[in-house]
Design a protein around this ligand. Structure first.
Ligand SMILES: CC(C)(COP(=O)(O)OP(=O)(O)OC[C@H]1O[C@@H](n2cnc3c(N)ncnc32)[C@H](O)[C@@H]1OP(=O)(O)O)[C@@H](O)C(=O)NCCC(=O)NCCS
Length: 481
């Protein structure tokens, strides 16, 4: 079976416009005039977008400086990166690892908060990073999203509003640049709701007891090869980049995030030694998937544990081929697969349903809509409808009453509604958090209504919103960023 045909949508925008698909075959150009006023020279030059003046003023009132990091060769990027690593309780990075990261530093907009009165004033007491990335949304489409990461505040400066200032700044910058949505993955799920973020794609760790997991799924037509990481460096990334368009919640990535999967980053040699790689080729010899794993040996007589850190497949045939191979490996008693989808076909491909279970299910991708009309018109819908959303947003970006009209082909138009709710519309009231949660089609509006998070303004509206918004592919993000 060939790969599903998906379009590369939303990926080809330039400094003067970006492309949101009106349908998989008709791209719609949405002007981004603000870019020019911010002096953005080309569509890779994000690192020089000026610091948000409001946040800088708020921090200055507390004696702190908020500045862009100098990503150039002799700039302060290495000191900033060491501070990020410390913030996440990591080890100090080696000079070699810092030098390697320096090469791609310019691809992110890195910023720091500095305290002139600190013992080492060159070390930032707060850090943030952001960059544009394409987020897959229902309908085999993507939307340009503002990815935020590296949010750390030194314990010496905690709880005095530094994270608040940096997050406010990121959202204002993203909105000013015209990004309709911001996104992040979080270390704690208690922090980001106050900025309008909500989990929209979940993830799970799976455990499979191999002795009980007799394969009853399809017999794959291709072949599994044991390979080295270098064999996947280019072709593997190309595959990941194609496959992401089939699953809402996946994002475009490369560079350090890709090298981390394969263990190719400078400084990760010792953990990378354990990694093993499998490649799946279809009957014609074309690569259709790969898996990355390591083996953890237990004291005999226990059997070893196979830790599956990444598995990506372009076809159901490749999925079956790789999983069947993994389950059949000798001396392995258990497979632990991390950061997988909460809905794995595997569960229906083994004889004992209970031999595969989720050891952890959690929030993973958090999204935050900044521009309701742009976000809602970008995706496709499951059913036609007239929906009204009364959106509350404390930060103001997404607040308003919006009418979403979905055609029978799944495309939609959105307008601001100044008057009453039309008689034929199904209406709900919610905050930007709930709208962001349901956006990818994986979080149930009916559930959120039962939880008291969505209010029905017309009877039965939540069920209609659910029917329209649902995604036939469960949203999932396969990486941390
Ligand atoms: C989480 C962290 C960034 C907070 O920084 P901070 O400067 O102390 O936060 P602020 O003082 O700006 O607080 C902003 C708001 O977040 C809340 N908050 C801060 N840390 C929180 C936490 N760990 N859990 C829940 N709420 C938190 C504050 O109470 C405050 O709420 P309010 O504005 O509604 O009153 C910082 O503690 C840190 O660096 N932790 C380790 C790294 C980390 O977890 N980073 C997050 C990566 S996803």
């Amino acid at each position: 079976m060939g790969e599903p045909q998906v379009s590369r949508l939303g990926a080809g925008w330039t400094s003067s416009e970006w492309i949101i698909p009106a349908s998989p075959t008709t791209p719609l150009a949405v002007p981004r005039p603000v870019i020019a006023t911010l002096g953005l020279v080309n569509n890779h030059d994000y690192s020089t977008i000026p610091i948000d003046a409001t946040a800088a003023a708020a921090l200055a009132a507390d004696g702190l400086r908020f500045e862009l990091v100098d990503n150039s060769e002799n700039g302060n990027f290495p000191v900033w990166l060491q501070a990020v690593t410390r913030g996440f309780f990591g080890e100090r990075m080696s000079p070699e690892a810092l030098a390697a990261r320096q090469k791609t530093a310019h691809l992110r907009r890195n910023s720091g908060v500095y305290d002139n009165t600190a013992a080492d004033a060159a070390v930032p007491v707060g850090t943030a990073a952001s960059w544009p990335s394409d987020l897959t949304i229902p309908g085999h489409s993507t939307i340009p999203a503002w990815a935020i990461s590296a949010i750390t505040v030194s314990p010496t400066h905690r709880r005095r509003g530094i994270a608040r200032a940096m997050l406010d700044a990121e959202l204002r910058t993203a909105r000013t640049l015209g990004y309709p949505i911001a996104m992040l993955t979080v270390s704690e799920s208690t922090i980001y709701s106050r900025w309008g973020f909500a989990p929209s794609a979940m993830a799970a760790d799976w455990s499979i007891k191999t002795a009980r997991a007799e394969w009853i799924g399809p017999r794959a037509s291709g072949r599994v090869h044991a390979v080295e990481a270098e064999h996947l460096r280019t072709g593997g990334l190309e595959l990941v980049d194609r496959v992401r368009l089939a699953t809402p919640g996946q994002i475009s990535f490369s560079g350090v995030l890709w090298e981390r999967i394969l263990g190719l980053g400078v400084g990760s040699e010792s953990s990378a030694k354990k990694l093993r790689f499998l490649r799946y080729d279809d009957a014609s010899g074309e690569m259709r998937g790969f898996a990355v794993y390591s083996i953890r040996e237990e004291e005999p007589p226990a059997q070893a544990i196979l830790e599956l850190s990444y598995l990506v497949t372009a076809t159901d045939d490749a999925y079956a081929g790789l999983w069947r191979h993994l389950l059949a490996m000798d001396l392995i008693g258990e497979i632990r697969a991390s950061d997988r989808s909460i809905d794995e076909p595997l569960r229906w491909q083994i004889a004992d349903y209970r031999s595969a279970f989720k050891s952890l299910e959690r929030d993973h991708l958090w999204t935050r809509i900044l521009d309701v009309p742009a976000a809602l018109t970008a995706r496709r819908y499951h059913a036609p409808g007239h929906l009204v959303f009364d959106v509350r947003d404390e930060l103001g970006f997404a607040a308003g009453r919006f009418l979403l009209t979905i055609s029978s082909d799944g495309t939609a138009v959105v307008g601001t509604l100044t008057g009453d709710i039309p008689d034929d519309a199904d209406a709900v009231a919610l905050t930007v958090n709930e709208l962001s949660a349901i956006y990818l089609g994986g979080v149930s509006p009916v559930l959120l209504t039962r939880a008291g998070r969505i209010e029905e303004l017309t009877p039965g509206a939540a069920a209609v919103v659910e029917l329209c918004f649902r995604s036939s592919t469960t949203p999932w993000l396969s990486i941390w960023f």
